[in-house]
Design a protein around this ligand. Structure first.
Ligand code: SD4
Length: 337
């Protein structure tokens, strides 16, 4: 009888077989990890569902993240993205968004008014212009020329919150921190609680391509003209097709100061796991403050090119949503405090 080792010797495979087997296993693991999509916060589940419809059909990560980001943009009850987003202190809803693919193609808009799907305008900037970022009037003019409909984004609820805020007019962004049900989404309170919940969405498609998108109305009651991290490459979003993708949520000024998402991706490039990379970026932010800032939330999510994911936040209370072929779930991210 031909022994297995004889057969291997005849085929010249004795030395190679273990590594081939390991490689096959690695491929299997990677295969089972994709497609995958992750989104910041619990409301990311609805975004993931839309993205999953694209991914499960073998669609591209770029199409998936755009489809996902459009869900909270269209939701009037989400007060930090798109329609129904809280306005700035002048009562104007201004949107920031970006989108990026595995090949480093990138588009973004900042301070965009009157067009709900900022992420789709960002994609159009990426695909139809030689530029990366359009702002304000220029972004609006471009969007209208591209056929995006113009609409009032200030809902009665958001206007009501703004008018109440005007009574004190105190700019005090608050983090989404632990409360009795940390995953509940209570109505936002003027001038204070739960006034930021940007969506960052990252996907890896069946073909192994990564993409990400980030869209927000920014910090509630900000100065008119203020731009946060979300539309800025390397801050609110960064994708490197060979390494991974990262996105951020929280007080954008903090993220901008450390180029947060780029930092996360570079740390993954150096071998950190997605969670560890997010943790180190959060630590970098925390180090700037001598005393722990209870009023500050900053969180990152990351997805590696082989489909591992992780998140980390400064304060407790941050969760992200994950969708794979195994189903949907929410992951409570660890935090520094
Ligand atoms: C910003 N980073 O404009 C965004 C807001 C945010 O959760 O993430 N809120 O600063």
């Amino acid at each position: 009888m031909l022994l297995r080792r004889d057969l291997l010797r005849m085929l010249g495979l004795s030395a190679a077989l273990p590594s081939l087997a390991a490689a096959a296993r690695a491929v299997d693991v990677a295969e089972t990890r994709r497609p995958v999509v992750i989104s910041t916060w619990t409301f990311g589940e609805a975004a993931n569902a839309a993205a999953w419809d694209v991914l499960a059909d073998g669609g591209a990560a770029l199409d998936a993240v755009e489809a996902g980001a459009r869900v909270p943009e269209a939701d009037p009850d989400n007060h930090s993205v798109g329609l129904g987003g809280y306005p700035d202190r002048d009562g104007r809803v201004t949107l920031d968004a970006s989108i990026m693919d595995h090949a480093g193609n990138l588009g973004a808009v900042a301070c965009l008014e009157d067009v709900v799907h900022a992420v789709s305008v960002a994609r159009r900037v990426m695909e139809k212009t030689p530029h990366v970022l359009l702002v304000g009037e220029g972004a609006l003019g471009f969007a209208l020329a591209e056929g995006f409909p113009r609409q009032n984004l200030l809902t009665p609820a958001a206007e009501h919150a703004w008018r109440e805020w005007l009574q004190t007019a105190r700019y005090a962004p608050q983090p989404n921190i632990e409360r009795s049900n940390r995953y509940s989404l209570p109505d936002a309170l003027p001038g204070g609680e739960r006034n930021h919940d940007t969506i960052g969405i990252l996907a890896l498609d069946r073909g192994g391509h990564l993409a990400g998108a980030c869209t927000t109305s920014g910090m509630a009651f900000k100065l008119h003209g203020r731009v946060g991290d979300s539309p800025i490459s390397g801050a609110g979003l960064f994708v490197d097709g060979e390494v991974g993708a990262a996105s951020a949520t929280g007080v954008g000024e903090e993220c901008l100061r450390v180029c947060g998402s780029h930092t996360v991706v570079e740390l993954m490039r150096q071998g950190r796991s997605p969670e560890q990379a997010c943790r180190e970026a959060v630590e970098r932010i925390a180090r700037r403050h001598r005393t722990p800032r209870k009023d500050l939330q900053m969180a990152f999510v990351a997805l590696s090119a082989d489909g591992r994911h992780g998140g980390y936040s400064l304060q407790p209370g941050f969760a992200y949503a994950v969708r794979t072929s195994a189903g949907t779930r929410q992951v409570e991210a660890p935090s520094l405090t």
